[in-house]
Design a protein around this ligand. Structure first.
Ligand code: 3HC
Length: 287
């Protein structure tokens, strides 16, 4: 089945990035969020990213305009009716995601459509079980910023049909131009199971006064050739997302390395969520 019509639930940091990737690959994309304000913000971030792509010589002005024309924004889940693939990228709240999957199961008419979640760490099987077609559900996990990061993690639940995984593997590589890896439905999959303990170790170092945040970041950028340091990366991922992912891994595995540092919890309590709110460990209010 050639996938030509896709849907994305959520137009936040990841949803807008995924929608951009799909539209740039030539798909017709419906993006749904809960309010006109959320939609406007998602649309603006896609426009900015496409513009940056043009400035960096990654796409032409014509391709930018064509990608924008392929994107349709809505607040109505019913607009997913004719989609062949829908990727859920709502906030990391299990009940919200389960409700979305239950509704997708009702509105997406083609029974062979694929329903995917971009969750960073939650069990895919719980979303699959909210539908009447758990074999058509899997995790398709993009990395931020989705238009730039090549990786897509395919998360295979106990009930995902292997043919669905193969179809999504071909789609992600051949159509989206991504690099894929496969992971079982276990906490943090592959990348976050490794990344979150690393980010938390860096935050604990700062919390303990062992090194400044600037020095932790300078150390990893200049000593290990990371494109950005772990504190700056946590700010970019979103401190709330880091917290949810850590909690989710810790609850199921008890791995102390994934236990969220108290400093992280307090910053989230304070609404200091990183780049998206203008302040996290660093101040982004001027950017
Ligand atoms: N469209 C297309 N290409 C773009 C682009 C856009 N909007 N923006 C940048 N690029 C390209 C540039 O042209 C450049 O390509 P080149 O190497 O071929 O010249 C490349 O991307 C990098 O460009 P810059 O260095 O100018 O990029 P920025 O400064 O804008 O961004 C960064 C830097 C890509 C964010 C880099 O710092 C980075 O890779 N950081 C690490 C990000 C990371 O680790 N992400 C994973 C987070 S974990 C996650 O998402 C999982 C979740 O579940 C928690």
């Amino acid at each position: 089945m050639a996938i030509e019509r896709a849907g994305v639930v959520g137009s936040g940091l990841m949803g807008s990035g995924i929608a951009e990737v799909l539209a740039r690959a030539g798909l017709d994309v419906v993006v749904r969020d809960i309010s006109e304000e959320a939609i406007a913000s998602g649309r603006t971030s896609i426009e900015k990213s496409l513009e940056k792509g043009v400035q960096r010589g990654k796409l032409s002005a014509e391709d930018r305009d064509a990608a924008l024309a392929r994107l349709h924004f809505t607040v109505d889940m019913a607009d997913f009716a004719d989609r062949q693939l829908v990727i859920e990228a709502a906030s990391e709240n299990e009940d919200v995601k389960k409700a979305i999957f239950a509704e997708l199961d009702t509105v997406v008419t083609a029974k062979d459509a694929i329903l995917a979640s971009n969750t960073s760490s939650m069990p895919i099987i719980r979303f699959a079980q909210a539908t009447g077609r758990p074999d058509r559900v899997l995790g398709i996990h993009f990395f931020n910023p989705a238009p730039v990061q090549p990786l897509v993690e395919l998360v295979v639940s106990e009930l995902t049909d292997p043919a669905v995984v193969d179809a999504m593997d071909s789609f992600a590589t051949d159509v989206l131009g991504k690099v894929t890896i496969r992971a079982s439905d276990r906490p943090g999959f592959v990348v976050n199971a490794l990344l979150i303990p690393f980010l938390f170790s860096a935050i604990r170092m700062v919390e303990a006064g062992h090194a400044t945040k600037e020095d932790v970041d300078l150390g990893m950028v200049n000593g290990c050739a990371h494109p950005m340091g772990p504190i700056a990366l946590a700010d970019r991922v979103g401190l709330d997302t880091c917290l949810f992912v850590g909690q989710s891994i810790y609850e199921e595995t008890g791995d102390p390395a994934a236990k969220p540092p108290v400093l992280l919890s307090r910053m989230v309590d304070a609404g200091l969520l990183g780049v998206k709110t203008g302040r996290g460990f660093y101040d982004y209010s001027a950017t």
